[in-house]
Design a protein around this ligand. Structure first.
Ligand code: ADP
Ligand code: MG
Length: 687
C-alpha cells in the first residue's frame, strides 16, 4: 500500500509521565471480577466512609478508574437508595446513555428499570429507578419541578472539570441544597480538576484522590502545520493500520457530520486492501447513533483485527474504551463562541487546550504503552495552545440559564453563587434578549410568556417561537418545525455517488419558502406516507432523524397542552407560520446587500446563506436565521424570508422603523419608546 499523502511525523520528548506498574492484566471471570480490577475498588470502603462522614466530597481520579460506573453502585449497595435516588450528571448525552447501559449490565438489570438515564427528549427511567444518569442540563431542569431535589439522596456532579454552563449553575444550586437538607449528599468528581478550587467553593469539602495507572505514551508531531486535518487524520489512521503492530485506534473529530464523512472515506479507502492487511473495524460514536451501534465501540476487537473509534470530545474523559493503543489527535473541537458585546453566537471549530491534548494522549496508555499522533507541530503544542479551556459560562449566551434561574425564583443573578462569575455584559445581554422576547418585563420579572417558555426544554428563541404560535393559530406547524430543528442538521443525507439526486430531492421540499417551511414539508410528506421508511430512502431523508423528530414532536405537543396552548393548524397561511418563526428569531434578522451577502440588523455583521440552504439562490431581501456557523465564512443555517414590517410589529421594543428602513413601509406607525434597560445596567454594575 502506497501513501500518496505521506505525513511527516517527528518523535520528540516523551509525555512527562512516569511509567507505572502494569495493571493485573489477567482475564477477568465475569463482570464482578472485572469490577474488582478497577483502581477505585480498593478504595471502596474508604469512599463509603467518607460519604458517610461528610456531606460534600470531592473525588479526583484518573479517567477509567471507575468513578462514574462504580461509585453510584457502591452507594446503592450501601443503602443510600433507600431514601431516594442517586443522580449522576454527565455533560454529554452519549455518556449518560452509554454509562447507564453499562451499569445496568453490571447490575444485571434491564436498562430503564433500576438503572436508567434521562437526556433531553428522552427519559429512560421508571418507578423502579434508583440510579439515574442524566445530562447536567436535565438535572437543572428538575429543579423547576422540585426545587430541593427531594427525590434524590445523592447527587454526583461528574466530569466537573468540563465546567459546562449547566454544571457551573448546578454547583451553586446543589451547594444551597446541601446547606438546607442535612440528609443530602453531594459528590463532585472529575478526572483532572482543580480540586482545591472545588473544595474551596464547597466550604472546604475534603478531597479524595484515587491513584490511577498510566503507561507511557509517546507523542508524535507533524513537522509542519496540517492545512487539511481531516485528510491528514485519515492518512494517519491508515498508516498506523498498515505499519504499526495491532492495537486499537482512537481518532478525535469535532462532530457527527465529520464523523460520518470520515467513516465513509475510511470505508472507501480500506475496500481495496485485500487479505494481506488486517481487517479495520470502523466504529463511529455520536448521540444520534442507535444504541446498538453505540455499544459497538466497547465490544472486544476480534483476534487479528483492529478497531478504529471515531469520536468527539466524548472519548476524552467521559467514555473509556479499553484496548486503545494509538490516539490520532487533530487538535480541534467544536465549541460555541459568543460575543457578549454583539450578542452573536456561532458554532466554531477551535483548537483544543493543552490540558485536553494531554487527556487525549493519555487514552492511548491505559492498558499498555501507546502512541499519540498529533496533527500539529510541537511548537504549537507548547506555545500556541491555551493551558486550559475557558469555562463555558464565560463564553456563551446566558439567556437560557437566566430564564431557568428566573423561573426558580432566583432574581438576584449578580449575587448568585458562581464559581467563576460570567461577564456582567453577558448577563445584561441575556436579560435584554429575554426582555426583547417578552419573557421578562421591564423590571426583569418573569412574564406569562416567559413562564410558558420555561416549560420547554428549548433555547429561548425556539421556545418563544413555539409559544407565539398560539397567536398565529399555527401551533401544529410550529411544533413540527421546532422538533425538526431540535434533531440537528441530520435530516438529509447525501451519498457521494448520488449527490445530484439527493440535492434534487432536498430541493423538492423547498419551493422557495425558506428552510423552516421545507422542514415542515418533509415531515408532513413523511406523515402522509404513514411514516414510511421506504419513503425516507427514496427521498434521501434519514429515517432515524425523522423518528427522533416524531418523538420530540410528541413531547412538545404534550408541553403545549401543559401551558394551555391548543394544537391548531393553519396550513393555508404560510405567512402566519413565518410570523411565528419571526416572533422567536427576530433577533436573528438580516438584510440582503447588493453583493449578495447579508447584514445582520441589530449588531451589523456580514453573514452569508449557508450553501445547504434551499434559498441560497433565491436571496430573499429580508430573512431570519436559526444559527450561525463559522467555517470559511460566517454562514446562516436554516433561514426563512420575512417581511421587514413584521419586525416592528412583532418586536416594537427591539426594532424601530429606522432599523427596517425600506421604502415600502414608510407609512407604518412609529414603534414604542425605549425600554428601561438602564435599570438592569445599573443593577448589574452595582453587583
Ligand atoms: P471513570 O468514570 O473513572 O473515568 P468509568 O467508570 O467510566 O471510569 O469506567 C470504568 C471502566 O468501565 C473502564 O475500564 C471502562 O472501559 C469500562 N466501561 C465503561 N463503560 C463500558 C461499556 N459500555 N462497556 C464496557 N466497558 C465499559
Ligand atoms: Mg467518568
Amino acid at each position: 500500500y502506497v501513501f500518496e499523502d505521506q505525513i511527516d511525523f517527528v518523535q520528540l520528548s516523551g509525555i512527562d509521565e512516569e511509567p507505572s506498574e502494569a495493571e493485573s492484566g489477567s482475564i477477568s471471570r465475569g463482570l464482578m471480577e472485572e469490577r474488582k480490577t478497577l483502581p477505585i475498588y480498593s478504595f471502596r470502603d474508604e469512599l463509603l466512609h467518607a460519604v458517610n462522614d461528610h456531606q460534600v466530597i470531592i473525588i479526583e481520579g484518573e479517567t477509567g478508574c471507575g468513578k462514574t460506573t462504580q461509585l453510584p453502585q457502591y452507594l446503592h449497595e450501601a443503602g443510600y437508595t433507600k431514601q431516594g435516588m442517586i443522580a449522576c450528571t454527565q455533560p454529554r448525552r452519549v455518556a449518560a446513555m452509554s454509562v447507564a447501559a453499562r451499569v445496568s449490565h453490571e447490575m444485571g438489570v434491564k436498562l430503564g428499570h433500576e438503572v436508567g438515564y434521562s437526556i433531553r427528549f428522552e427519559d429512560c427511567t421508571s418507578e423502579k429507578t434508583v440510579i439515574k444518569y442524566m445530562t447536567d442540563g436535565m438535572l437543572l431542569r428538575e429543579f423547576l419541578g422540585e426545587p430541593n431535589l427531594s427525590s434524590y439522596s445523592v447527587v454526583m456532579v461528574d466530569e466537573a472539570h468540563e465546567r459546562t454552563l449547566s454544571t457551573d449553575i448546578l454547583f451553586g444550586l446543589v451547594k444551597d441544597i446541601a446547606r438546607s437538607r442535612k440528609d443530602f449528599k453531594l459528590i463532585v468528581s472529575s478526572a483532572t480538576l482543580d480540586a482545591v478550587k472545588f473544595s474551596e467553593f464547597f466550604d472546604g469539602a475534603p478531597i479524595f484522590r484515587i491513584p490511577g495507572h498510566r503507561f507511557p505514551v509517546v507523542p508524535y508531531y507533524t513537522r509542519v502545520p496540517e492545512a487539511d486535518y481531516i485528510g491528514a487524520a485519515i492518512s494517519t489512521v491508515l498508516k498506523i493500520h498498515v505499519t504499526e503492530p495491532l492495537g486499537d485506534i482512537l481518532l478525535f473529530l469535532t462532530g457527527q457530520e465529520e464523523i460520518e464523512s470520515v467513516d465513509g472515506m475510511l470505508k472507501e479507502r480500506t475496500r481495496g486492501f485485500g487479505t494481506k492487511i488486517a481487517e479495520l473495524i470502523i466504529c463511529p460514536i455520536f448521540a444520534n447513533l442507535p444504541t446498538e451501534l453505540q455499544a459497538k465501540i466497547f465490544e472486544p476487537t476480534p483476534e487479528g483485527a483492529r478497531k478504529v473509534v471515531l469520536a468527539t470530545n466524548i472519548a476524552e474523559t467521559s467514555l473509556t474504551i479499553n484496548g486503545i493503543k494509538y490516539v490520532v489527535d487533530p487538535g480541534f473541537c467544536k465549541t460555541k463562541s459568543y460575543n457578549p458585546r454583539t450578542g452573536m453566537e456561532s458554532l466554531v471549530v477551535n483548537p483544543i487546550s493543552r490540558a485536553s491534548a494531554n487527556q487525549r494522549a493519555g487514552r492511548a496508555g491505559r492498558t499498555g504503552p501507546g502512541k499519540c499522533f498529533r496533527l500539529y507541530t510541537e511548537y504549537s503544542y507548547k506555545h500556541e495552545l491555551e493551558d486550559n479551556a475557558v469555562p463555558e459560562i464565560q463564553r456563551t449566551n446566558l439567556a437560557n440559564v437566566v430564564l431557568t434561574l428566573k423561573s426558580l425564583g432566583i432574581h438576584d443573578l449578580v449575587n448568585f453563587d458562581f464559581m467563576d462569575p460570567p461577564p456582567s455584559e453577558a448577563l445584561l445581554r441575556a436579560l435584554e434578549q429575554l426582555f426583547a422576547l417578552n419573557a421578562l418585563n421591564a423590571k426583569g420579572e418573569l412574564t406569562k410568556t416567559g413562564r410558558r417558555m420555561a416549560e420547554f426544554p428549548l433555547d429561548p428563541m425556539l421556545s418563544k417561537m413555539v409559544v407565539a404560535s398560539d397567536k398565529y393559530k399555527c401551533s401544529e406547524e410550529i411544533v413540527t418545525i421546532a422538533a425538526m430543528l431540535s434533531v440537528g442538521n441530520t435530516i438529509f443525507y447525501c451519498p457521494k455517488d448520488k449527490q445530484v439526486h439527493a440535492d434534487n430531492a432536498r430541493m423538492n421540499f423547498n419551493p422557495g419558502n425558506g428552510d423552516h417551511i421545507a422542514l415542515l414539508n418533509v415531515y408532513n410528506a413523511w406523515k402522509e406516507m404513514e411514516y414510511s421508511t421506504q419513503w425516507c430512502y427514496e427521498n434521501y431523508v434519514q429515517v432515524r432523524s425523522m423518528k427522533r423528530a416524531h418523538d420530540i414532536r410528541d413531547q412538545l405537543e404534550g408541553l403545549l397542552q401543559r401551558v394551555q396552548i391548543d394544537i391548531r393548524s393553519n396550513p393555508s397561511d404560510l405567512d402566519a407560520t413565518k410570523k411565528a418563526i419571526a416572533s422567536g428569531f427576530f433577533p436573528h434578522a438580516a438584510k440582503l446587500r447588493k453583493d449578495g451577502s447579508y447584514r445582520t440588523l441589530k449588531n451589523p455583521q456580514t453573514v452569508y446563506i449557508h450553501p445547504s440552504s434551499g434559498v441560497v439562490r433565491v436571496h430573499p431581501r429580508w430573512l431570519v436565521y436559526n444559527e450561525l456557523v463559522l467555517t470559511t465564512k460566517e454562514y446562516m443555517r436554516q433561514v426563512t424570508d420575512i417581511k421587514p414590517e413584521w419586525l416592528v410589529e412583532i418586536a416594537p421594543h427591539y426594532y424601530h422603523l429606522k432599523d427596517v428602513d425600506d421604502p415600502a413601509i414608510k407609512k407604518m406607525p412609529r414603534g414604542q419608546g425605549k425600554p428601561a434597560l438602564w435599570q438592569w445596567n445599573s443593577q448589574i454594575k452595582m453587583g
